[in-house]
Every structure is written in C-alpha cells, then in structure tokens.
Design a protein around this ligand. Structure first.
Ligand code: FAD
Length: 308
C-alpha cells in the first residue's frame, strides 16, 4: 500500500533534502550501502570473497543533468576498478552502471554522452578482467538502454543488462537477449510504472518472472537470477538443472544487506552468488526504493530513527 507514495518520495528533491538532513538516517542507510568511499566497497568485496560470494558494485548516482557530475561518476568507476585490481579482487568482479548517472538525461545529446561514458567504464573493466552490467531504470529509458547495450556489445560482447519482469514487454526482450554471450540480470522491477506498460499485481509479476526465467534458462546466454524471493530462486535452480546448466553458466544475485545468510548458503552449495554492493554518497533514490519494496525495511528504518 505504501509502495506508490514511497516511490514518489524517492523522486522528490524536497523530500530528499529533508530525509538526508536527519542525522540518524545515515546509520540506517549503512545496512544497505557499503559506505561513502571506494575503500568501503573494496573492504566489503574482500569480506564477501572470504565466504565465496562475488560482487557487482554500483557507484551510486542517477538522473544527473550535469556533465561534470557524469564525468566524475566515470572517474569513480575507474578508480574503483583499479582499487579492486590492486587488491586482487577485480578478476571476475562486475560493476553495475545506471546510464542516467553517466549522462543519459543531459539536454545535449545525452544518449551519445552516456554511450561514450559507458564505453570508458567498459574499457577500464576489461583492463582488469571485470565486467559491466547496465542497470535498468524506469520504462521510459528501456529502449534507449537496450540500444546502448547493443552498441557496447559490438566492442565488449560481455556487457550485460537488467530486464524487469514487471514490464509487459520483457518476455519478448528476454527472447531477443537469450543468444550466445548475452548476460541478462532478471529482476522484478523497482520503479512506479503505469498499468499500460507494467503488471500491477504481485502474482502477475511473479508469473512473468517465471516465464522470463524459462526463456533465459533455455537460451544460450548467461542468466543472472536477481531476487530475494525463495520461490523465484527455487524455480531458477530447477530450470537451470533442467537445462543442464552448471555454476559457470548462470548465477544468483541479491542486494547487499538483504538475506545475507541465504546468500552464504547459496554460495556454499556451489552456485555462483553475486552481491550488488552500492557505494557512494548518492544513496537517496536507491535507499527509498528498498524501503518501498518491503514493509519490514520501512519498519527497520523507522525503528532505527526512533532508537537513535
Ligand atoms: P519481492 O517481491 O520484493 O519479495 C519476495 C519475497 O522475497 C518476500 O516475500 C520474502 O520472502 C523475500 N524477501 C524479500 N526481501 C527480503 C528481506 N529483506 N528479508 C527477507 N526476505 C526477503 N530493479 C530495477 O528496477 N532495476 C535494476 O537494475 C535492478 N537491479 C537489481 C540488481 C539486483 C542484484 C537485485 C537483487 C535487484 C535489483 N533490482 C533492480 C530490484 C528488484 O527489481 C526488486 O525491486 C527487488 O529485488 C525486490 O524484489 P524480489 O525479487 O527480491 O522480491
């Protein structure tokens, strides 16, 4: 019931200023975000590696309309990748990139700027043996993001993208992206979307998720099952086994701070378990989407504020 208002708050600059100004908020945010600096992300990557989990790191930021900020985000990814390499943690690591953080919404040729900036991040990743996955934002950006993915894959065939099961179009997108070499992270979707483009009912979203997983697991690409939902994970495991897949040709993914014991259990059972680790100061939108998707997260936040 609170999902829609919380997602509206996630896009409000005024609410952002208010919520960021509450000192206790930051302490609660730390459950979901590794920290402000590259060093925090590297520390978390090392901790996760110790029990067999791997990483995709998101340098937080989105919706920028400032070319300087987009360039700074590229630099932050370059620094992050070289810091991971220095610590021997880059090989097999991944970074998650939001195109709106690297220029997609700039008034002057935003798509071109985002493509160039994403290219730079891909070059830095390739140099250290890491990969890049393009996060998916609201539905108004899906076509443009998939267009940039196609261009990047011409040079860096290992670039992956996220598809969102709540969108009605996604089963078809999965068919188009299930070919050899294609890396697709399937999630349910985290934005407020209209009924014209997205299933509204949770059970419809779950059914779509399963249909999409079937397509991806039966295909020739590399499916990435991004969900904390025990039912989706069990279905992913069964479909992978039915398709004769091994841990080297598909993986499971969860967000940092969510179901960590389950993450460890999946990794210990021999599957590839990748944790999405956000870092940086621009945590507001990401954090509010986490509150919107689960009442327990909101309760945790409110309890945290009350006890500090
Ligand atoms: P939900 O429907 O939220 O939850 C289903 C069940 O999972 C719950 O009933 C419960 O049993 C279990 N569960 C969920 N959370 C918890 C918890 N905190 N503790 C215990 N049990 C829990 N969205 C986008 O729109 N674009 C992206 O690019 C994107 N990237 C993502 C990357 C990764 C790696 C992941 C994991 C998610 C990403 N998301 C993205 C977010 C995603 O779309 C969902 O909003 C989010 O994952 C919640 O959906 P869910 O599948 O976990 O299941």
């Amino acid at each position: 019931m609170l999902r829609a208002p919380l997602l509206a708050v996630a896009r409000s600059r005024r609410m952002r200023a208010l919520i960021e100004a509450v000192p206790a908020t930051r302490a609660v945010v730390r459950r979901f975000v590794s920290g402000a600096d590259t060093a925090d992300a590297v520390r978390v990557a090392r901790e996760l590696a110790a029990d067999g989990r791997t990483i995709t790191i998101d340098h937080l930021g989105e919706d920028t309309t400032d070319a300087g900020q987009a360039a700074a985000t590229v630099q932050a990814y370059e620094q992050l990748l070289s810091a991971l390499a220095e610590q021997g943690l880059a090989d097999g690591a991944d970074v998650s990139v939001k195109l709106s953080a690297v220029g997609q919404f700039l008034p002057d040729d935003g798509e071109g700027v985002a493509l160039e900036n994403a290219r730079k991040i891909c070059a830095a990743a390739e140099a250290v043996g890491a990969t890049v996955t393009l996060d998916m934002e609201d539905h108004t950006t899906t076509d443009a993001t998939l267009g940039i993915l196609r261009k990047l894959r011409g040079e860096y065939p290992w670039v992956g993208a996220v598809l969102q099961a709540y969108l009605r179009r996604t089963e078809q997108d999965c068919r188009e992206l299930s070919g050899p070499g294609s890396r697709v992270r399937l999630c349910k979707g985290a934005y407020a979307e209209p009924e014209s483009v997205a299933f509204q009912d949770k059970s419809e979203v779950d059914k779509s998720y399963v249909r999409c997983l079937r397509v991806l697991m039966a295909g020739q690409g590399y499916p990435m099952v991004a969900s904390h939902d025990p039912r989706m994970i069990a279905i992913g495991q069964r479909l992978a086994a039915d398709a004769g897949r091994t841990p080297s040709d598909h993986e499971f993914q969860m967000l940092y701070g969510i179901r960590p014991e389950e993450q460890k259990r999946i990794a210990a059972a021999g599957a590839t378990m990748r944790v999405y680790v956000p870092c940086g100061n621009e945590w507001y939108g990401y954090f509010m989407r986490r509150l919107a998707e689960r009442p327990a997260n909101l309760a945790f936040f409110l309890r945290g504020l009350a006890t500090r």
